[in-house]
Design a protein around this ligand. Structure first.
Ligand code: GMT
Length: 383
């Protein structure tokens, strides 16, 4: 079958619109495809937070969930399915690309069933992480996760680790294409235009360690604070905590207990991640599980080496001993020692920083990975 690369596609994208790697990835992918002339329709309950501003070829369709006294829980999955069904028909979409299996892949399947043969739309599901490693394995979601994945026309996973987890945990038999996450290497680079400065984050010239996450238990914030406390006993350092979530208060308490509170700044959720990384020396991401680790990639692209764990995705993103260091989950001592070694040795640091940037440029640019998605779309569509 010959594939016509000039044919512009009409693509629906569904993702979580809130802070989080899967939403970022889906939105940036949609924006890049729109730049290339494809027509992109985002379908979600709110405007994705990276979609502020006007983008040519990009449309947004809000899913409204009406309340009814009988419903204790509003059936968002159904409202989403109906909105997908409407948008597919009205704009004659070629495909629907859903990010995060639950409930998006299920809604897409319902919409497709409703359309029947009238509109042969294809559904592609991208698995991001906790949709498989946590949510997908809960008893109440396991069978529907498996069903929705098996019934997608195409399935991608953001890492080999996630691919294997999906096969093992859900016994999925459908081929899963591995397409890694990407980063905008022009935005995430040293000395890019910045709206903050090192002096603001570290007025006394201390090394700046940064942690960025949605501060859920899986991110192991207690380890972040413990590692930092150990590092700051050995050299002058400050810790910048970016993001918000249920573990934030506990991390703050631990910083107080360990006597480092005056050297830790909790910034809360921030939009200028690229600027903040630009002011950092080291990123600390000691997660218990990470299917990929988009914030790790953003740090590497900025030339910021990363201290992380052998918890799945980071092994595919960080070159252990070259662009960062990986330890066993919870090995605070090792992570502290690695951080201190890197921050003390200028020539080692420079080499790590250069390798980090190089690796992002070689494997994870937005241009390269968008081309992979487009090829995959065309192979599923046969056009
Ligand atoms: O951690 C989550 O549940 C959020 C999820 C998301 O929607 O951002 O993160 C996952 O997807 C990201 C984008 O592909 C990955 O970079 C994260 O590693 C992954 N999180 C986990 O696996 C814990």
């Amino acid at each position: 079958m010959t594939i016509d690369n000039s044919y512009k596609l009409k693509i629906g994208i569904t993702c979580y619109p809130t802070y989080g790697g899967s939403g970022v990835l889906a939105t940036e992918l949609g924006k890049k495809l729109a730049e290339q002339g494809h027509e992109i329709h985002f379908v979600s309950y709110a405007l994705p937070y990276r979609l502020k501003g006007f983008y040519h070829n990009v449309y947004f369709h809000e899913v409204r969930v009406s309340s009814y006294p009988l419903f204790e829980y509003q059936p968002y999955t159904l409202s989403l399915a109906v909105k997908m069904y409407d948008v597919i028909q009205e704009f004659n979409l070629d495909l629907l690309h859903v990010h995060y299996a639950i409930p998006h892949a299920t809604s897409a399947w319902i919409a497709k069933e409703m359309l029947g043969d009238d509109h042969p739309v294809k559904v592609i599901t991208t698995l991001h992480g906790t949709d498989i490693t946590l949510v997908g394995q809960e008893e109440s979601f396991k069978s529907i996760s498996r069903f929705s994945i098996e019934h997608s026309d195409g399935v991608t996973a953001v890492s080999r680790f996630l691919h294997d987890q999906t096969v093992q945990a859900l016994q999925v038999t459908k081929p899963i294409e591995i397409i890694p996450n990407f980063v905008d290497t022009e935005l995430f680079k040293r000395n890019s235009k910045c709206d903050c400065s090192r002096e603001m984050l570290s007025p006394d010239g201390s090394k700046v360690i940064i942690h960025i996450s949605n501060m859920r238990p899986v991110k192991r914030l207690q380890d972040v604070i413990k590692v930092f406390a150990s590092v700051s006993r050995q050299l002058k350092a400050r810790l910048v905590m970016v993001g918000d979530g249920p573990e934030r208060a506990g991390a703050h308490r631990l910083a107080e207990e360990l006597g480092v509170c005056d050297r830790v700044t909790f910034l809360g959720a921030q939009e200028s991640i690229a600027s903040l990384l630009n002011c950092a020396d080291l990123a600390l991401q000691p997660s218990a599980s990470e299917s990929f680790g988009l914030s790790i990639l953003e740090a590497l692209s900025t030339g910021v080496p990363v201290i992380s764990t052998r918890c799945g995705g980071p092994e595919e993103v960080v070159l252990d001993g070259q662009s960062g260091y990986l330890s066993e989950v919870g090995d605070v001592e090792q992570m502290s020692a690695d951080a201190v070694r890197l921050l003390r040795d200028e020539s080692l640091y420079k080499s790590f920083s250069a390798v980090a940037r190089q690796r992002a440029l070689e494997n994870f640019t937005i241009q390269k990975v968008t081309a992979k998605y487009l090829n995959y779309y065309r192979s599923i569509l046969g056009r």
